[in-house]
Write a protein of this length. Sequence first.
Length: 310
Amino acid sequence: MTHKNLRFIAPIVFAVAGVVLAGLLIQRIVENLVAILPNGGMYDLIGGPLTGRAVSDVNWILTYIPIITIAEYLILGLPIAAILLLGTMLIRSTAYDISILELGEDFGSIRMIRRSVIPALFALSLGGVVSSLLRNYIFTEVTNLPPPAIPFYYSLVQIVSALILLPVVLGFFIPTWLLNDAGIVMHLKDEELRVRRCPDTIGVGRWLSNLLGGFTLLTIPILAFVNNFIPIIAANQLSITSILTATLQSFGLPIVAMAYVIPVIVFNEILLRFMRRAVRRIAKSFGATEISLATVTTPAVISSKKVMMT
């Protein structure tokens, strides 16, 4: 195994551990929920196209979400990247030029894991919002939910919502990865540098992903508290066990979501050369030009001042 392939070991181990953790965590939540609910063994969590017991619904999601996200990468990655690039050019063309910058090749295991953080957290935050606002439209409503079942029900709904919405979230983030890895950048036009304005160069994909990154980091702690602690407080189920469970869920759910993002990131690294060429061809067809960085050294100017003492 070459050094280049060794970088995949840590992300794959992380993803496998996260998927196993997801299975164990969700299985435990479902078992506790089914045991408390009246006729819980027949409870249908989602209904509609996934008619069946809650266990079957969850197993279907855990199995097929990774397949759906990989298919999404292959089918929608390039078209959406082209749309985002064209939209960026139309919005910022008055002050910015779009160029193609040659990048380095190093992208280690830590960077791959870090790349999964924001999409995973955004899926959780979006899942928290959806599970709060649209819960009764997506999930089978439980009438007269017993108080002991409330923490398990809300936790299950939050996890499943995040996993269901993960393909939607990745539909935005995958194209930003493609644009970043292809070196598509926007920078101020020469005439803009004649005014008192700081030079500004940023990757098109990074600019787009930063729009959601700040929102995600702001909302995820709030939603973690609302979804994991408020239900047990409202149900008067406060105990050491329930608090520890809520804390573990608050920190464990991001790991679970990251585990389902990492396979797409690894897949992107495998297809990087092909995707990079394709994205650059698209950018050139939109008028982007290739640029390169150069190191410029100038002699240091040392000035001395004499101070007159009187």
